[in-house]
Design a protein around this ligand. Structure first.
Ligand code: RIB
Ligand code: CA
Length: 315
């Protein structure tokens, strides 16, 4: 079993990524580190705890992460994030607060300690703003050297979803994403190049609802909210993008995607601020980052439904 830490900005596809991880026998989820993006970090923590309880795993610890971007003093949820994920991050579906509380240790310290403890047996999957990861790299060169990271974010050969060249998770904190891709030694990017090819429709969510469980109901209702938002923002797709779950899928099985080795950077200045692109200063060096450029979408969807289906059925 591979140990995994999910660094989530608990929105709807983050919830699907959590269910995917919990339903995967290859993974041992050792903790969730909360970040911001779809929600404020404190709302992410609340959702993490509530969903872990709903999914029958209240034993998994949740750690509070950084609350805003490296170059900013605060953070407010953007109206577009609220439109896509609902004002509570989970499609305005009501889930009771969990009995469990978050941990006293910070997300950054937990990340650093876990990499020191587990090394190659651990993979970290960030699916929101990359501030926790960059802060860990700044504090600990050992973390940057040894962490295995598969992140959801960026767009290499396709347009962004914030503007023509910028993806949402990178746009939350471009400086943090740049630190992660330039200082990490094993970083895999699962961006819009592939995640917009992995789509879910009402046909699949109906199956979760039919289990008649609270977990199945939540997954179906929240995802229907997300699909409905996509009908407005990207009607040409015919479904919602399984962004964050694909990163978990690749953490388990990299053969789901085709990986292009390329040293990345994030543009920090001018109109392309937030763009993920090849680093012209490291073209000759061996690549520390890989970008997914193609995906076996049918195989991923089969894996996704089998694993999330277990959680929807009540584990
Ligand atoms: O661009 C898609 C990403 O932005 C996903 O991680 C989604 O949850 C939002 O954070
Ligand atoms: Ca996310």
């Amino acid at each position: 079993m591979t140990k995994i830490i999910l660094d989530l900005d608990m929105g709807i596809d983050d919830a699907l990524a959590l269910a995917y991880a919990l339903g995967s026998p290859e993974l041992e989820l050792i903790g969730i580190t909360a970040t911001y993006g779809n929600v404020l970090v404190q709302d992410g923590v609340r959702n993490d705890l509530a969903l872990l309880e709903l999914f029958g795993r209240p034993d998994i610890p949740v750690f509070v992460g950084e609350s805003h971007a490296l170059a900013k003093d605060g953070f407010e949820v953007l109206p577009i994030s609220e439109f896509i994920h609902g004002s509570n991050g989970i499609g305005d579906v009501t889930v009771p607060d969990a009995a469990a509380c978050c941990q006293k240790q910070s997300a950054v310290d937990f990340l650093i300690d876990s990499v020191a403890k587990y090394g190659d047996d651990l993979v970290i999957v960030p699916t929101g703003a990359m501030t926790n990861i960059a802060t860990a790299m700044r504090r600990s060169p050992e973390f940057a050297e040894r962490a295995h990271i598969v992140f959801m974010g960026g767009a290499l050969a396709v347009p962004g979803n914030v503007n023509a060249c910028v993806e949402a998770n990178i746009s939350q904190d471009p400086e943090a994403a740049d630190i992660m891709v330039r200082h990490g030694k094993d970083v895999t990017m699962i961006g819009l190049d592939v995640t917009l090819q992995t789509l879910l429709t009402y046909e699949e969510t109906r199956k979760w609802r039919e289990y008649g469980t609270p977990a199945g109901q939540l997954l179906a209702d929240a995802t229907d909210y997300y699909i409905k938002a996509y009908e407005t923002t990207a009607p040409e797709l015919g479904g919602c993008g399984l962004h964050d779950p694909l990163a978990v899928g690749v953490a388990i099985d990299p053969t789901l995607v085709t990986l292009l080795p390329i040293n990345l950077k994030v543009d920090l200045e001018g109109p392309t601020r937030g763009r993920t692109i090849g680093d012209e200063n490291r073209m000759g060096e061996s690549a520390t980052t890989r970008v997914a450029v193609a995906v076996d979408a049918p195989r991923f969807l089969t894996e996704f439904m089998a694993r999330v289906g277990k959680v929807a059925a009540g584990l």
